[in-house]
Write a protein that binds this ligand. Structure first.
Ligand code: MN
Length: 321
């Protein structure tokens, strides 16, 4: 997915200064962002209160939307740099095309992992015909400096490992959870997992005390460390935890995101993660002139133009503000 926010302003994120070393329970409210004419997403990261969780730098939750009589998701070709995108669906399907030649339909609880490295472009659309409901999350992982110029590539994994406990099936999307390792390529220590809880479930999820974590609710009524987390909101949990109490009052769908605090300071703007304002300006210019980011073939429509880069000096603001 693209950041279609027309008021995109550059933000500096990362750095260790604002990581909460202790367990905390910090409820993050979503910002509602209009994507195109009919789709509204709830943006959890970056958030007014917090910009990153480990290397996770962007989290949008969308749906469930009834798209039976609508085109559904239609995101024209747009560029990415310095990050990985994770497409995660609970309902529906998304057809992915990219400039490395990928053409892949991603279905519920399958991993669509695109590593932009130095430059990639892609489009995402609801296939025709498509299922009635569309419900998912779009997430970005910032690449550390040592790996951010890797060759762009796309991975699709339909068969991901699971961790189970009474009332819980956890699907490991990225990284490792309780000994189960996702086949998706990662470039920094992190974890992403889908937590499917059944009504009445009460369990403890093992965590790594060196990671910071957050839990996004996608559906149902769940309590995370005793805090009710409603669909479309996210609970930041800090570091220093060895386990996480979960309870479900109805069937519930959560996403666990975590990782080693991301120590590098990054500059995020539109669909780019860089290290300086100049680098972002260059990437924008390269997209506008049709260089570096390649071509997406087969999408029925034009490319997405970059928004204007506001003439503001970047002020490092750290992981929270
Ligand atoms: Mn995208």
């Amino acid at each position: 997915m693209s950041n279609l926010d027309r008021q995109a302003v550059p933000a500096v994120c990362g750095g260790r200064g604002f990581v909460v070393a202790e367990p905390v329970r910090e409820l993050l409210s979503p910002r509602r962002v209009q994507l195109g004419e009919s789709t509204e997403v709830r943006r959890l990261l970056p958030n007014l209160g917090r910009r990153m969780v480990g290397a996770w730098a962007f989290v949008d939750h969308y749906g469930p939307d009834d798209i039976a009589d609508e085109p559904g998701m239609q995101v024209p070709p747009h560029p990415h740099m310095g990050l990985q995108t994770v497409s995660w669906l609970h309902e529906g399907e998304v057809l992915h095309r990219d400039s490395t030649g990928s053409l892949q339909t991603v279905r519920p609880r399958e991993l669509g992992l695109m590593t932009s490295g130095r430059a990639i472009s892609h489009s995402e659309e609801s296939p025709r015909p498509h299922a009635r409901l569309l419900h998912g999350a779009q997430l970005w992982v910032a690449l550390p400096d040592a790996h951010r110029h890797v060759e762009p590539h796309f991975q699709h994994h339909a068969d991901l490992p699971h961790v189970t406990a009474p009332g819980l099936t956890a699907t490991v999307i990225l990284g490792e959870l309780d000994g189960a390792l996702s086949p998706g390529t990662t470039y920094s220590p992190l974890v992403g997992a889908d937590l499917a809880l059944t009504r009445g479930a009460e369990t403890n999820l093992p965590l790594d005390p060196d990671f910071e974590y957050a839990v996004l609710s996608m559906s149902g009524e769940a309590h995370v460390d005793g805090v009710p987390v409603l669909p479309g909101s996210m609970l930041y949990l800090g570091c220093g935890r060895t386990s996480l109490p979960l309870r479900a009052d109805s069937d519930a769908g959560l996403m666990l995101l975590g990782g080693e605090p991301f120590e590098e300071e990054i500059v995020m703007w539109w669909n780019f993660v860089g290290r300086s304002h100049e680098e972002i300006e260059r990437a924008r210019a390269d997209w506008q002139t049709g260089t570096r980011f390649g071509e997406v073939h087969g999408y029925d429509g034009g490319r997405l133009p970059a928004p204007a880069l506001p003439p503001v000096a970047l002020k490092p603001r750290g992981r929270v503000r």
